[in-house]
Design a protein around this ligand. Structure first.
Ligand SMILES: C[S@@+](CC[C@H](N)C(=O)[O-])C[C@H]1O[C@@H](n2cnc3c(N)ncnc32)[C@H](O)[C@@H]1O
Length: 266
């Protein structure tokens, strides 16, 4: 197993072949949500900034195939995760039911569902439903001795007491407000448009890594995309492994992480 390395390929095969059992402290997974093609496509439409609604081949599944895929990768995570390890999975209303059911069938226990309220969510141009403005991060645990770094997370809380001290976690609940990635953090192609439709905010990943891992721990992201987990893990002095099936995204992630490390260490 190579640490601080991006594997190009299918995460199911790579977890099986390359990652030993009981070796990973924390898995953050942002899998395909299986929502492409099922919503009005806004590709190449400027509404809402440099984003477009999902219409990606890697995100298009037959429903039963999606269930089998979810079950297969979640089982692989179970095998490679340490007994005190955590699995965090990003999802939306499209797939949260399937993800929770599958993880529970595998043996995982659900500790929290963190709701991310996207303060700059896509406009609701259909006017046929409530505006979708949330994503969820389901936190699953394997055993009873999971890590939760209460003191560190208390400092992460942006809300402070009147004299500037960190507030108790009563004021830092399983709900977080944050915009979709934009501005300098958003990785764009030569045409100025977002290169990846679901790049996650670094701050969101920071919360997860701070909560459920320590320095020098090993963090795995099986759906690495633009490498957000690698960027944050390296900044927080965690070891990391990324797996990504798309070569272009692999290269983007590689440049993003290693260019940032060179800059920060200069
Ligand atoms: C929701 S995106 C992750 C985005 C990432 N969190 C970021 O911040 O950029 C899911 C990624 O999983 C990749 N993917 C899909 N199926 C995969 C598989 N079987 N193995 C590895 N990667 C896969 C896709 O190419 C896509 O980049």
């Amino acid at each position: 197993m190579k640490m601080n390395h991006i594997y190009l390929g299918d995460c199911i095969k790579i977890m099986e072949k390359e990652i030993p059992e009981n070796s990973i402290d924390l898995v953050y997974a942002d899998p395909p949500y299986n929502l492409s093609g099922k919503v009005l496509s806004l590709k190449n439409n400027n509404t809402g900034g440099p984003f477009y609604k999902m219409n990606e081949d890697w995100d298009t599944w037959d429903y039963n195939e999606y269930l089998i895929f979810s079950e297969t990768w979640i089982r692989k995570v179970w095998n490679i995760l340490k007994n005190n390890g955590s699995l965090y999975i990003s999802c939306t209303y499209h797939n949260i039911a399937e993800i929770i059911l599958t993880a529970k069938r595998t043996g995982f226990r659900l500790n929290n569902i963190i709701t991310w309220y996207k303060t700059n969510a896509m406009p609701n141009i259909t006017k046929r439903t409530f505006t979708h403005s949330t994503e969820f991060i389901c936190w699953f645990i394997k055993g009873n001795k999971w890590k939760f770094n209460y003191g560190v997370i208390k400092n992460f809380n942006p809300h402070k007491t009147k004299d500037g001290k960190p507030k108790q976690l009563r004021d830092f609940i399983d709900f977080i407000e944050m915009p979709i990635v934009q501005g300098k953090e958003r990785i764009k192609g030569e045409n100025g448009r977002a290169i990846h439709p679901t790049q996650k905010p670094e701050k969101l990943i920071e919360l997860i890594l701070l909560a459920s891992s320590d320095e020098n721990d090993l963090v795995l992201d099986p759906f690495f995309g633009t490498g957000t987990t690698g960027v944050v893990a390296s900044r927080l002095k965690r070891n990391w492994i990324g797996i990504e099936i798309n070569e272009e995204y692999c290269n983007i992630a590689h440049n993003r992480i290693f260019a940032k490390e060179i800059k920060e260490n200069a």
